[in-house]
Design a protein around this ligand. Sequence first.
Ligand code: SF4
Ligand code: SF4
Length: 243
Amino acid sequence: MRDPLLQIRPDVEPVLPTESKAALDKIYKDVPAVTCACDKLGQCCELTKEEAADDWATMYPLYSVEYLNIVDYVQEHLSEADQERLLSFDEERPLRCPFLTGEGGCSIHPVRPLACRTYGILSQEEVTETKERLEGEIPSLWLRHFAKNESCTVCPDTEIDEPEKVEAHAERMASFSYDRELLEMSQTFDGLADEKRDLLIKATGKYRVARWSWGGFNTLWRKPVTWLKSNLVGYMDRATLAE
Ligand code: SF4
Ligand code: SF4
């Protein structure tokens, strides 16, 4: 059944400006390509209840500029049924990523976000070596966060297709430069309608949300204003990932 809250616009122009799309693709090009060779593809795209209780979230963090890039891809490339399902998806912290296919693939692979692209690239040895090499050049707090985060995304079953990019990528991860660039882009343009921004400010005191989840962004960007007027305050009170 069609979701009455859904606002499908099949012939809509891309929402992400061309220059933002080009800048985003340039950032993504710095991430080494990998081939996945595990016996259960997509296992890293869904959480166990224990992982969720430990505060992990799927497809997170997602920057607003990445969200808009994915919306454009979904509207251009996926079936109407998939558009309906994905663009009305409003769960902030699903156990299973909504883009994970039944075969363990990613239905938005060309535009998957940075968090997904960087998963499983660095080995534990590379994380440790990068941390030691950059001591004194990068704030220790950043290096500790880098080592902690990346140690949780090591995968023994990825094969690196572009090894020549790994060292520079590791430095970008350790210095959080990818995140800063995506944050800056997301703070420059987010495409949110004025009326919705007013409701966001009223509900949270925030002018924008730059990092969130797919379901969170969908709720703010795609629910009708009438729905937001009645429900946004409650949704934001329950939200835990909006930044
Ligand atoms: S990152 Fe690792 S666990 Fe995830 S699909 Fe690739 S090989 Fe499998
Ligand atoms: S967007 Fe794709 S790669 Fe990322 S968690 Fe979802 S299915 Fe996995």
